[in-house]
Design a protein around this ligand. Structure first.
Ligand code: ASP
Length: 618
């Protein structure tokens, strides 16, 4: 049946290439699109015509339409054409059940070439053909013409539409904030933009709209959201880009639970709308304090699609297990913990070496292992140091069963968590433990407010510098010396917990936010601990400090990475796959050739001179 949606007909087409069905048989139609494939059978030429909406087979018969046939014989892949004709049923047995339009074909009466095309640098009509990513990025417009990118961009568009819908339904106001601002630090370097009108001055591109959204709360907007572009000049990784998009939101008169409850309901509604076939593992989303997440998973963004929790071996080992490495770690106040790799008791020497290398890469000095063999025997280089009783206690604590491999790290609490948490992720992937179709969301909250910055000799906010402290820890925002300008690693501030929450999905941090400090004096105290002098504070956050003297309501919010969310919903591990025009690993755009040397005239206008810039292409 003809798609009832109006509005896609234009002077070049009556229907899209995905629209015609058997019920349209006998009607006249005009299509426009790209030649996906051309088959020349002499008398008959068939053209698969493609647009974003689908594919329709066009048949041009020399006897029925000699002129159209002559033109069709000149077309090649990716030519842009418009075809007029009559919808006909395909002959019995020639239908294509894989195509929604597969029961029909368009018998052409006229063909017009709207534009020719060179042979593309890679096949557009073979979605699975591997293509080097640099080539894909250089010819991104051709890459996006391919089916997989089209599907992903459409998913992303639906995602953003769904997000907007839920926010509008819940009393949020969409407000745009500027991109030329003064620095809002989020722990990365700023991109700066020199001002022509005020030579010698620069704008910063926002690392996030953090200060502006808080100011909107002071302004009484009550509930704000924005699909916001953010810019952070940092080294790129799989899930990082210098510019990226956040769902940024802020709410007034809320506590942590109110923000988390809204965001959770929103995430559920959006997921069900955009990817209805994907199962959400658990609702309400599991919530872990930071301490609990680190204790159980060694990560503040655990992948909950599989269990493999970290097990504390201290009770099983007692004070003298017989293995010095374990005993020493415990005596020094450290931890000895294990994870169980199911079915890996028969791991080869090489596999064990690889796991050990991973553990070392994540900071551990080594990785001990015990294999639980058939018959219940415990094997491994350290087994001889441990009594039968200790071995049994370890097996019991870890709940390992025959055929499993127990992996143990002994070190400081932080190293044990990091090494085993990362190994857990690695093993989950290696053993295929995570169901790719499942969406396992969870919350991690109550993060430490600060971490000690050894070099800067100051407390660094673990998230953003505006996060609030949990009410019972307010008194901890202090230094041992009593002088806020002289912080030290032993300060009570190190124990303060933030009203900070992160949302994770399938092992990725999807977003994070907090209930904020909304009182000026407390904000100043927190900034002082973070090493800001009064002068620098005023210089960087003057507007915010002033605003807080004009009736700032209690408020909190969150930002969620749209690129990451879209990637996970589209089964991708790299956010570039869901961005129309991403940058390469070195931050360049090979299509537009950016960044590039500025025009010398621009330097002069901006009062700039590049000192020691490497020689550039002209
Ligand atoms: N501005 C924070 C960020 O971009 C999120 C927030 O706290 O709302 O990570």
């Amino acid at each position: 049946m003809t798609d009832p949606r109006p509005g896609l007909a234009t002077p070049f087409r009556t229907h899209t290439c995905g629209q015609l069905r058997a019920t349209d048989e006998g009607t006249g139609a005009r299509l426009a699109g790209w030649v996906h494939r051309r088959r020349d059978h002499g008398q008959l030429i068939s053209l698969d015509l493609r647009d974003r909406h689908g594919l329709t087979q066009v048949v041009v018969d020399r006897t029925e339409a000699p002129e159209a046939h002559a033109i069709a014989s000149r077309t090649r892949s990716e030519f842009v054409v418009t075809v007029e004709g009559t919808v006909a049923r395909r002959l019995d047995g020639t239908e294509n059940t894989k195509l929604p339009t597969g029961e029909i074909e368009l018998r052409a009466t006229s063909v017009e070439i709207l534009n020719e095309a060179k042979t593309p640098p890679f096949y557009i009509n073979e979605p699975d053909a591997p293509v080097d990513e640099s080539l894909r990025l250089k010819y991104r417009y051709l890459d996006i013409r391919r089916e997989p990118m089209q599907a992903r961009l459409m998913l992303r568009s639906r995602l953003v539409q769904a997000i907007r819908g839920v926010h509008h339904d819940n009393g949020f106001v969409e407000v745009e904030t500027p991109n030329l601002i003064k620095s809002t630090p989020e722990g990365a370097r700023d991109f700066i933009v020199p001002s022509r009108l005020q030579p010698g001055s620069v704008y910063a591109l926002p690392q996030s709209p953090q200060q502006l959204k808080q100011l909107l709360m002071v302004a009484g907007v009550d509930r704000y959201f924005q699909i916001a572009r953010c810019f952070r000049d940092e080294d790129l990784r799989g899930d990082r880009q210098p510019e990226f998009t956040q769902l940024d939101l802020e709410m007034s008169f809320v506590d942590e639970a109110a923000v988390m409850d809204f965001v959770e309901a929103m995430a559920i509604e959006v997921s069900r709308d955009v990817v209805p076939a994907r199962h959400i593992q658990e609702t309400p989303f599991p919530r872990f304090t930071y301490d609990e997440a680190m204790e159980r998973y060694g990560s503040d963004k655990p992948d909950l699609r599989f269990s493999m929790e970290l097990v504390d071996l201290a009770p099983a080992l007692g004070t003298s297990s017989g293995f010095r490495v374990f005993d020493d770690a415990l005596a020094a106040g450290g931890r000895v913990k294990a994870i169980v790799a199911p079915g890996m008791a028969g791991a080869t020497r090489r596999e064990i070496d690889e796991l050990t290398e991973s553990a070392k890469r994540f900071g551990a000095k080594g990785l001990a292992h015990l294999a639980l063999e058939a018959g219940g025997e415990v094997k491994g280089p350290i087994a001889k140091f441990l009594s039968d009783e200790t071995q049994r206690a370890i097996v019991e604590a870890t709940k390992a069963t025959e055929g499993d491999l127990i992996l143990v790290v002994a070190d400081t609490a932080a190293v044990v968590a990091e090494a085993l948490g990362r190994l857990r992720t690695e093993l989950g992937a290696r053993l295929g433990l995570a169901d790719p179709d499942v969406l396992a969301y969870c919350w991690v909250y109550r993060f430490p407010m600060y971490q000690w910055d050894v070099e800067g000799k100051r407390w660094d906010a673990t998230h953003n510098p505006f996060s609030g402290v949990v009410p019972e820890d307010v008194e901890l925002l202090a230094t041992a010396s009593g002088d806020p300008a002289r912080p030290s690693p032993d300060d009570p501030a190190g124990r303060a917990r933030a009203m900070q929450y992160d949302i994770a999905l399938n092992g990725w941090e999807l977003g994070g936010g907090s209930v904020r400090i909304h009182k000026r004096d407390l904000l100043e105290r927190s900034f002082a601990l973070q090493g800001y002098s009064v002068e620098r504070m005023r210089n960087m956050f003057g507007a915010m400090l002033d605003a807080f003297e004009y009736g700032a309501p209690p408020h909190g919010g969150i930002a969620i990475g749209i690129d990451r969310w879209a990637a996970l919903l589209a089964y991708q591990t790299n956010i570039r796959e869901v961005m129309a025009f991403p940058k390469t690993q070195s931050g360049s755009d090979p299509m537009l050739d950016a960044p590039s040397a500025p025009d010398p005239g621009q330097y002069a206008e901006l009062g700039l001179r590049f000192v020691g810039a490497p020689e550039r292409r002209t």
